[in-house]
Design a protein around this ligand. Structure first.
Ligand code: 6R9
Length: 626
């Protein structure tokens, strides 16, 4: 897209948003085309997010059926396993058949419209079949990242009331096996489901519960290869995806059918512009929103070829991304800054060994990209040839909101640049006062967009409370942002109690509650710390029970404990034993102080006079682990 075309879009949506969105809605096939677009309000009195509310469609018809006539033989999914070259391709016709079969298998297990299905899977095509199989029949999927612990899986199954779980015998990552079914069995002891569909991935030995568990390969043979799609209202739920927030347990972010699909379809087209010549590789796992939107839904809705990668960037060596890109003919590559930083420090040779001349566009997502990593991506990976799109968005936003549009927006290393058409940002100070011109503040969105989340599963109040009360009348992203002279946006990171570890969100409250569950721990406070590769690491201050000796072994034990409670991504990078935590006289932990110490800037702790015991701070500074 060129600058004029992009400007025309901005102008059109600014002038008459209703018409613009109804025109955009033509990107999709509807049973019943919507007569209205936006019917949303961020205000307390008539709060609600609604788009295309009288439209009817089915997501899988858009992702699969409508391509069959013209591109049934075109590759839809290229699967690349953990071992280089372990994989295969599937055409649109093949994926269509597998999805119909999966949908019928779900039905055979008693799943119907509106039922919830939990998916705990490796990055194999069956994960996409399961997601799309749900969408075919109007069931609501909730994918749980395969790296999460049995307890985390159990919590999510229980919260959404899943009727069925889709899993695999084992996963394989970096040559190591991951006991998915064992984990699932443990989770199901706590939160049972009626039925389990298990995909054979490794053939490893697993427990099988008669009457509850079914093998996918058996079920697949028993069911028909055709399945009538369910007509869904645009506002019927499509999926729930749990994500961490400032407080409490992860919340079930709910997305619906019409608005979400339109948003991911349009943004994929505008930003990546994939044509029949392209092979698109987004390295995210389907356990995260990036995997939902840009591995599965958006590429397929656009009839593109998408890569599903079940491995890691450093296996069998640090050249994996570039070796595989070359072998599969990848032209558009989309990954997280943390992966780039990890590869960058291994040296350029791993990149240069492999021909990358077919790659035309590079993207990043998940966290701020530091200019060094951006430049390395641009110069070394892209040979200075490819544009880079630094795409800012969130689980809550469904798809990209602030990003360069190739050909139309000049990039600056480290900036996500400008909002897409129909996205309206505002920076405010902590009192909610609008900041104009170049400024740094809290990033808010003043108007709804089709891909916006519709609610927190099972807790309507929490949706409004979490996002719309800090700055009334606006959606608060939880991110800080600097806007420069050109109006470019530079995301500075989370300003709430969310830590972004390797592009994955962790709530400090979650890690704290895991730590205090340990019998030797009296109290814990968790903050983010700068980390060269992960972006942010987890820094935990732990107060032990009286008389409990501090030791390196206990540190290790606590790390393991959190890993077991939540998953490896939550394991603290640093643990400081703290005889006491800095608290106000009313007992509130002063996180600002803990953050500064963890950031290695103890001289910036600021005013400590309101603390109940100011001397605590000196003790903490002496014991800092940074
Ligand atoms: C898509 C995704 C959302 C948080 C978000 C922000 C950070 C994402 C970013 C970025 C700077 C970018 N984030 N993309 N920060 N530049 N291009 O990552 O969703 O897992 O919900 O995380 O990630 O802090 O608020 P999610």
């Amino acid at each position: 897209m060129n600058a004029q075309e992009l400007a025309a879009r901005h102008e059109a949506v600014n002038e008459d948003a209703e018409s613009y969105w109804l025109e955009e809605a033509k990107r999709l096939d509807w049973y019943s085309f919507p007569t209205t677009a936006n019917r949303s309000s961020f205000d307390e009195g008539d709060f609600g997010i609604r788009w295309f509310e009288d439209g009817e469609l089915n997501v899988t018809v858009n992702c699969l059926d409508r391509h069959l006539a013209t591109r049934g033989d075109r590759t839809a999914i290229i699967f690349e396993g953990d071992e280089p070259g372990e994989g295969y391709s599937l055409t649109y016709a093949q994926v269509h058949e597998e999805v119909c079969r999966f949908a019928n298998a779900l039905k055979a297990c008693g799943v119907g419209k509106g039922d919830r299905v939990a998916i705990y899977m490796p990055m194999i095509p069956e994960a996409a079949f399961a997601m799309l199989g749900c969408a075919r029949i109007g069931a609501i999927h909730s994918v749980v990242f395969g790296g999460f612990s049995p307890d985390s899986l159990a919590d999510r199954i229980e919260d959404c009331g899943a009727k069925l779980l889709v899993t695999a015998d084992e996963g394989v990552r970096g040559g190591k096996r991951i006991p998915l079914k064992d984990n699932a069995d443990k989770a199901l002891e706590k939160s049972p489901v009626e039925a389990v569909i298990m995909v054979r991935r490794t053939g490893g030995e697993v427990n099988f519960v008669e009457g509850r568990d079914r093998w996918w390969h058996d079920l697949r043979e028993e069911v028909s290869a055709t399945c009538e799609p369910e007509k869904m209202n645009a506002e019927d739920p499509l999926f729930i995806l749990y994500t961490s927030g400032s407080t409490g347990k992860p919340k079930g972010v709910m997305h619906t059918t019409g608005g979400y699909l339109l948003w991911v379809t349009a943004t994929f087209d505008i930003v990546f512009g994939a044509t029949d010549e392209d092979v698109f590789w987004c390295t995210a796992d389907v356990g995260w929103v990036t995997g939902h939107s840009y591995v599965v839904y958006a590429p397929l809705a656009n009839g593109a070829t998408t890569v599903m990668f079940d491995g890691v960037p450093n296996y069998p060596d640090f050249g994996r991304f570039w070796e595989t890109s070359n072998r599969l003919g990848v032209t558009i590559f989309y990954t997280a800054p943390t992966a780039l930083r990890a590869l960058m420090r291994e040296g350029d040779e791993w990149v240069k060994q492999h021909d990358r001349s077919q790659i035309r566009l590079l993207g990043t997502v998940g966290e701020p990209i530091n200019p060094e990593a951006w430049n390395w991506y641009h110069e070394v990976v892209g040979d200075g040839r490819c544009e880079i799109v630094d795409t800012w968005w969130q689980t809550e936003t469904g798809g990209m909101l602030i990003t360069p549009v190739p050909g139309a927006v000049k990039t600056k290393p480290g900036s996500a640049t400008l909002p897409l058409p129909g996205v309206y940002t505002k920076l405010v100070d902590n009192d909610g006062k609008e900041l104009t011109g170049p400024a740094e503040g809290n990033l808010c969105l003043t108007q709804s967009w089709p891909g916006q989340m519709r609610g927190v599963w099972g807790d309507d109040e929490r949706f409004f409370q979490t996002y719309f009360t800090t700055y009334p009348g606006m959606y608060f992203t939880g991110d800080g942002c600097r806007r420069d002279d050109d109006g470019y946006h530079w995301i500075t990171g989370r300003v709430d109690d969310v830590i972004n570890v390797s592009g994955h969100r962790m709530g400090t409250a979650e890690v704290e509650s895991a730590l205090v569950a340990h019998p030797k721990v009296a109290e814990a406070a968790v903050v983010g710390m700068p980390h060269d590769v992960k972006g942010q690491g987890i820094y935990a201050y732990v107060t032990l029970n009286a008389g409990e000796p501090e030791s390196e072994e206990l540190r290790q034990e606590l790390r393991q404990f959190v890993r077991k409670e939540i998953g490896a991504i939550a394991s603290p990078d640093a643990i400081q034993f703290a005889p006491a935590l800095p608290k106000t006289r009313s007992g509130k932990i002063m996180r600002r102080i803990l953050r500064k110490i963890a950031e290695g800037e103890p001289d910036k702790v600021g005013d400590v006079s309101t603390l109940a015991e100011p001397a605590v701070v000196d003790a903490l500074i002496k014991g800092a682990q940074a």
